[in-house]
Design a protein around this ligand. Sequence first.
Ligand code: C2O
Ligand code: CU
Length: 484
Amino acid sequence: MRALQAAAAVVAALAVVAAIVWAARAWNDSRVPARYDATALGPLDLGGGAPLHHHHGGPGGADGVSVAALRERGAPDVRFTLVAGHAKVRLPSGRSVDGLAFDGRIPGPELRVRQGDLVEVTLVNRDVREGVSIHWHGVDVPNGEDGVSGMTQDAVRVGGRFTYRFRAEDAGTYWYHSHQRSADEVRRGLFGSLVVTPRDLPPGLDLVVAAHSFGGRLALLPTGGRMHRRPAPGTPVRLRLLNADDHAHEFGLGGAPFRVVAIDGRELEAPAVVRAQTLAVPAGGRYDVAFTMPRSPVTLAARGTGDRISLGRGEAAVDFSRQLDLTRYRAHAPPVPTRFDRTFRLELGRKLGFFHGGVKLGRQWSINGKIHPHMPMLMVAEGETDRIVFVNRSGSPHPMHLHGHHMLVLAHDGRPVRTPWLVDSLDVGPGERWDVAFRTDNTGIWMLHCHNLPHAARGLVTHLAYEGVHTPYRMGSASGNEPE
Ligand code: C2O
Ligand code: CU
């Protein structure tokens, strides 16, 4: 009996020690310096490829190239100014909220440019004390134009400005949003759409419809509520579905068969006709659908909101019973790479840890068992064809977004997809595995993160870093830069 009691006491004492050791290590793991180089903390992942040189910024790291030098030069064809500030915005529900807005509107102004244009946008911060930046989501801009505070620029403070330039090379649907405190600033309204139209834009009706939640209520913007249009029968219609929210949303189109003509700003070639199936658009993603206006009405809806976009007289019923499985969608397949210079395996997990500089304890998202800022950084060189294998063991979906590149979706759960398609935002569901390929043709240091932005703020962020590139910008509380 005595012996048993003694043993129990020893076990209890060991458990306490183990808990203390765990807490100390977890706290230490998640400590974030007040000012740090985001490319300097984590281990380097070479993806099983050739060794590479990694340069840190600052003195002694001056060789190589700085992201600050990777800018677009040349005279703009088109210019915009976007003023970020507090705004009282009337929501579709009739409620008005204190939001953050570009030019006083949520979403901000829709920017329409023509393919090939050199676009210049000047961001002015009127009164956002936390600072702002603009990221061109889905546009593969030069790295120094990417708008990530603490990585490619300093956040723009009140009264300051920053001028972005990029060439609109690929026609398609994109969006822009603040990448300073993005989880908070995007939710409150600092986003808008960007449409790059082909030089010979076919006539017809061409609309962006953005999904975004305010206070947990999903709205279809820009108008919210019910929107009616009356295109004549026979009119070509293109609806550009943009998910500016933190979770996937399912759109349904009633009244007309349609084609998925583009995903994430990349056209599909000869896509098949879809009848009465819904489309699940990942957070951050854009799906363009096209059809010819019939004599009867057509209605666009999304699960979880009463908002509707109706074309023609009256409304059509929307059937939400079947979802399109993109892995089996038929279109002309692009060429698919079969050998890879590197393969990065990214296992998404979750664990308990400290965050916010070690002051909060809670659930954190991990990559290969590591939590931010100690995530493994993907190292690449120019001119490679590389592969990422996403494996999700976290129990939660993660819409993974890669900056500056498009990823070709190759396989789902080990099975090759019917028609590989290009994405910049890919939903990786719980238990799923996705294989994607990308070409390293845009040098710089690029974010790869979950676009459920609160997840990114809780650690689901890493970087793709090209050999020899360094950043002079810093993150951390003392830097004023907090990209997530
Ligand atoms: Cu749409 Cu890193 O963001
Ligand atoms: Cu996530």
